[in-house]
Design a protein around this ligand. Structure first.
Ligand code: MEV
Length: 331
């Protein structure tokens, strides 16, 4: 039996519903063509060494204790591979495993960019570990498994929405962590350009900032979140009907409300206005905001909008939208 498996999972973007989804409102997300791959290899014979090698973040070596906890030589120093170590620790504890493993990570998803890089890592690492240790994790079990780790990464409050497109792929409506795949009649719905501001921002910081604003103005923020829910519901219907003009218009309204709750910023706004001026039907930030990335809906004008985003100081990314979800294979 093979004990080496590679799992890969995509990043994702939000069409509608970031931040309001933390307060139980619906969101619409889509998997993107940028993926993270994790290969998990169980050693021949038994040992309790864990090695993690990442193309972008160096390496980590530690030992797995009898209770599944992971220790490094330098206590608590997980460096840039902290998410990966936490994910492995969670897996070992959950399944009562204390075995050694080597994890090799490579990722096309830029970190802290709003394209759900930590989610793509979580999903692919859990799947690779599950396959290597013979724990059959079904797709519908990933959400419950990953959400405690996601919450820790996001500083205690996380909807887990991003997990869903990463697991299932395609376009998905997420309500309270439950996925509903969306069927598009018009594939031009997928003509999005992503614009990376290059400004990294922690989602945990932005989510806390919104919670603090809501604590000061609860009735106002509740109304804004209700409006964001209406936008997501109308946006879903427009996406499915192929009414792209309406999708774009609703993205613009959603952006106005995201700005109202304080999660936009000058760099994001510059890319958003550049995209709109170059003919995008709609443009908004995607994800936590405060930097990170925006998305522009621009059927038939992807290259013009991408150039405008680049000229405005961002980095345009043209990639598949509604891409495939989690894949696992023996290697
Ligand atoms: C972060 O990418 C999306 C937020 O809605 C947070 C969450 O859903 O947990 C801001």
């Amino acid at each position: 039996m093979a004990t080496k498996f590679t799992a890969s999972a995509p990043g994702q973007v939000f069409f509608f519903g970031e931040h309001s989804v933390v307060y139980g409102k619906p969101a619409i997300g889509a998997a993107i063509g940028l993926r993270t791959s994790v290969t998990a290899e169980k050693p021949n014979g038994s040992n309790n060494l864990i090695r993690i090698k990442s193309e972008n973040f160096g390496s980590f070596e530690g030992t797995v204790g009898g209770d599944g906890s992971i220790k490094t030589k330098r206590e608590g120093d997980f460096g840039k591979l902290m998410y990966s170590v936490k994910c492995a620790e969670h897996f070992f504890r959950k399944f009562g495993i204390a075995g050694g493993v080597t994890l090799s990570i490579s990722s096309q998803v830029p970190t802290k960019s709003g394209m759900s890089s930590s989610t793509a890592l979580l999903v692919s690492e859990l799947a690779a570990l599950g396959a290597a240790f013979g724990v059959g994790i079904k797709k519908e079990e990933f959400f419950e498994l990953a959400i405690p780790i996601q919450k820790e990464i996001h500083g205690g409050r996380a909807s887990g929405t991003e997990l869903i497109p990463s697991i299932y792929g395609g376009f998905v409506e997420v309500v309270s962590g439950k996925p509903t795949p969306l069927k598009m009649v018009d594939t031009k719905a997928a003509d999005l350009v992503i614009g990376d501001t290059g400004i990294p921002m922690s989602t945990a910081v932005m989510v806390k900032q919104v919670a603090a604003l809501k604590a000061r103005h609860p009735a106002i923020l509740d109304r804004i979140f209700d409006d964001m829910a209406l936008i997501a519901e109308d946006g879903k219907r427009a996406l499915m009907a192929g009414d792209l003009k309406k999708v774009g218009e609703l993205m613009n309204v959603n952006q106005g409300l995201l700005s109202a709750i304080g999660v936009s910023g000058p760099e994001l706004e510059e890319l958003i206005f550049a995209a709109r001026s170059a003919g995008a039907l709609g443009a908004k930030l995607s994800g936590g905001g405060g930097g990170k990335c925006m998305v522009a809906l621009c059927p038939g004008r992807k290259s013009q909008v991408a150039s405008a985003i680049n000229r405005a100081g961002g980095r345009a990314i043209i990639t598949e939208i509604g891409a495939g979800g989690l894949e696992v294979k023996a290697v």
